[in-house]
Design a protein around this ligand. Structure first.
Ligand code: NDP
Length: 340
């Protein structure tokens, strides 16, 4: 079977491509320019013609994916901007919505596609801190949409990004529900929190590191602060390789059709990551990683961003990679790249 992976050069997407190839699939990856394919073709050269790339210059244009979807059996749509630096919220919202709706429209008339998996986020579920709540797939982050409607450019970076993911996922389900009588495929969304784990994509320099890996690097690996704030509830995380595997499982498990599926390992504080890094660091020659806040007591943290793992376990049957492996493999990667 052949899978189309959009935004194939991204942090997550290169893992997605690799995992599909490892599971015997052929992969066609979309990239914005020829240059972005050079590294990928080298990385996946052992797979021969089972890996190919196609240029989709601008995912916001009508019909952008018309050629790319031809003859594939499934789609994993991951291309979407993820950063907190946008001034105008539409920098994020327009490509998020148009890219998502565009891939569905281009797939509309396909007779070969059986399922489309869209990479959404916990940002589309909810990120208002609430220590009493376990967020589930029933939840929608309307608060982010409201914040951007109310404050426009004045909304926070997180609100703008979260609004883009919520609006894009809503656009997907709305389009699907309006058109499901005339399509031959069904739809699944995967909703992960922060992705950590080794990077295998092309990164020119440290400054170009993707957003979630950059946070891990700056807040947990290189952070020289000793503030008690490091012990505060931040968010949840999952290993990037688990989300790549979730894309494969979401295509293979019949029961995933029509579902939103949270793919989250556990909530964390920066100090949790700092402590794990100090524990596993010496095994790979990293003996003086920062200590952070030494008065920390992990048992006293009231986590405020907790996500249900029921569907992850019951539908996908996925058991998350332990945090120690995630952090150890991230540290090795940073070290191999000369950043540690
Ligand atoms: P990256 O920034 O590494 O990858 C983003 C990908 O999307 C790149 O291929 C990029 O192409 C493409 N892209 C971004 N903006 C546009 C645009 N305007 N037009 C066309 N393509 C675009 O991010 P991640 O790998 O972290 O994110 C991948 C997906 O996972 C996104 O949908 C993100 O929202 C989602 N996600 C990520 C999480 C994380 O913690 N990393 C958590 C939850 C969800 P190019 O390189 O050419 O710019």
């Amino acid at each position: 079977a052949k899978v189309l992976v959009t935004g194939a050069n991204g942090f997550l997407a290169v893992h997605v491509v690799e995992t599909f190839l490892e599971h015997g699939y052929s992969v066609r990856g979309t990239i914005r320019s020829q240059e972005k394919g050079v590294y990928l073709h080298k990385l996946f050269s052992s797979y021969g013609d089972k890996f190919e790339t196609v240029i989709v210059k601008d995912i916001t244009q009508e019909g952008a994916f018309d050629e790319a979807v031809k003859g594939v059996d499934a789609i994993a749509h991951t291309a979407s901007p993820f950063h907190y630096e946008a001034d105008d919220p539409n920098e994020l919202i327009v490509p998020a919505i148009n890219g998502t709706r565009g891939i569905l429209k281009s797939a509309h008339k396909s007779t070969t596609i059986k399922r489309i998996v869209i990479l959404s986020s916990t940002a589309a579920i909810g990120n208002t801190p609430d220590s009493e709540k376990v967020y589930t797939e029933e939840d929608w982050n309307d608060a982010a949409i409201d914040a951007v409607e109310k404050h426009g450019k004045g909304a926070s970076g997180g609100e703008k990004y979260s609004a883009s993911k919520t609006l894009a996922e809503k656009a997907a389900w709305d389009w699907y529900n309006d058109n499901k009588a005339s399509v031959k495929w069904d739809l699944t969304t995967i909703n992960p929190p922060y992705l950590f784990g080794p990077t295998i994509h092309e990164i020119g320099k440290l400054e170009d590191l993707n957003t979630s890996s950059e946070l891990l690097y700056k807040q947990a690996v290189k952070n020289t602060s000793s503030s008690p704030d490091l012990g505060k509830s931040i968010a949840s995380y999952v290993d990037v390789r688990d989300v790549a595997l979730a894309n494969v499982l979401a295509l293979e498990k019949e029961a995933a059709g029509g579902e939103r599926i949270l793919v989250s390992a556990a909530p964390f504080t920066w100090q949790d990551l700092i402590d794990v890094a100090r524990k596993v660091g010496p095994s790979i020659g990293l003996n003086d990683l920062p200590k952070g806040y030494t008065g920390y007591d992990a048992l006293k943290v009231a986590h405020e961003h907790v996500f249900s793992n029921k569907k992850l376990k019951n539908i996908l049957g996925l058991d998350p990679i332990p945090l120690e492996s995630t952090i150890k493999d991230s540290l090795s990667d940073f070290k191999n790249r000369g950043w540690l």
